[in-house]
Ligand binder design. Structure first.
Ligand code: BGC
Length: 335
């Protein structure tokens, strides 16, 4: 499996065609010490046999759809339920499992860029419509790793693409990222219904809850509280509602590591961001540097439409029609 590299003067990003999986992002700290800041494995072989969501492109519908069911214009669709009773990240054969077509593209805005494309046939994983997807991975001179998604469909369908890297700004393989500080431009979040296993439909204020990251604080300070939404997942596995959403690219949040001083800003034009502190990592999987992938070895920051949006009218629209274009920009900027 070929490794593709995006490189500027200071950072280097490697990915493969299977799932468009980002396998490493090497970033210097202020003193010039370079660390690989995404959770993963040391070899391609381990990557292909390991957790197939690490750094991967997820779709057609990233995150959950309750009972794998949705309806468009009165027609009911049933997706497979690969996560207990729910459909997760596009199903058993989601986009993270596909071999994307990769080609180098020359775009003025990037030092280097690749286009990853994929055709998902009508009925793929039971989703309606033939979907043509294009994703640009671009690296700018000022250390912005930009992911530009576009898709078109032949029939009305649902769509929510995202990128699933887990970041540890102190370097993957150096234990937990619980000490990282997080700031989010999100005054609201979408609580989980234990019964549904995903969003209850409620949009709740973060005020006076551990989910208040409007002012920077450590991930740990939220995860060690007794709040029932935190205890449900032994941490955070929630969608945050980004403030002032209007479809333009805005700063969603900032993740920083006090130890190395590395900092990452996340920008998006999407209405939500899933923060996942990876409670399911239990140390049994061995990752980079031969180290066990422990709980919260990295933090996922997945820009997205809200989980289960196709079943809630008051959630952002996740339906794509044939005369429309799905567009999504996500920027991880290393500072
Ligand atoms: C979800 C988690 C899920 C994980 C699987 C995340 O995006 O929020 O609930 O366990 O993906 O890798």
């Amino acid at each position: 499996m070929q490794v593709y590299t995006l490189k500027n003067k200071s950072i280097e990003i490697d990915f493969i065609a299977r799932g468009g999986q980002i396998i490493s992002i090497k970033v210097p700290d202020a003193k010039g010490n370079v660390a690989d800041v995404v959770v993963g494995y040391d070899t391609i072989e381990e990557t292909l046999n390991g957790d197939a969501y690490f750094g991967a492109l997820c779709g057609r519908y990233a995150n959950r759809i309750v009972n794998g069911e949705f309806e468009i214009e009165g027609e009911k669709f049933q997706l497979d339920c690969n996560n207990e009773t729910n459909h997760l990240h596009g199903g058993v054969d989601g986009f993270n499992q596909r071999n994307w077509n990769v080609s180098a593209v020359d775009l003025d805005r990037y030092v280097q860029a690749y286009q990853l494309s994929l055709i998902s046939e009508d009925g793929d994983q039971n989703y309606p419509g033939k979907l043509e997807v294009s994703v640009i991975y671009g690296l700018t001179g000022d250390n912005q790793f930009v992911i530009e998604y576009e898709a078109e469909t032949s029939k009305p369908t649902v769509i929510n693409l995202t990128s699933h890297a887990y970041f540890n700004l102190n370097g993957a393989g150096n234990g937990s990222a619980m000490n990282h500080e997080l700031q989010l431009n999100a005054s609201n979040y979408t609580p989980i219904s234990a019964g549904l296993g995903t969003t209850s439909g409620e949009i709740a204020s973060v005020k006076d809850t551990p989910f208040d990251f409007t002012i920077e604080k450590t991930i740990e300070s939220a995860c060690e509280t007794d709040h029932e939404q935190i205890r449900m997942f032994d941490g955070i596995d929630h969608n945050f509602v980004l403030d002032d959403f209007d479809g333009t690219v805005k700063l969603a949040g900032v993740l920083s590591d006090p130890e190395s001083g590395r900092k990452m800003e996340v920008y998006t034009d999407q209405p939500g961001i899933q923060i996942y502190t990876a409670a399911h990592f239990d140390g049994s999987d061995i990752g980079k540097k031969g180290a066990p992938i422990v709980q919260c070895a990295g933090i996922a920051m997945e820009t997205q439409i809200f989980p289960n949006s196709p079943n809630y009218e008051h959630f952002p629209n996740a339906i794509l029609k044939p005369d429309e274009k799905y567009k999504h920009v996500c920027i991880y900027k290393f500072c």
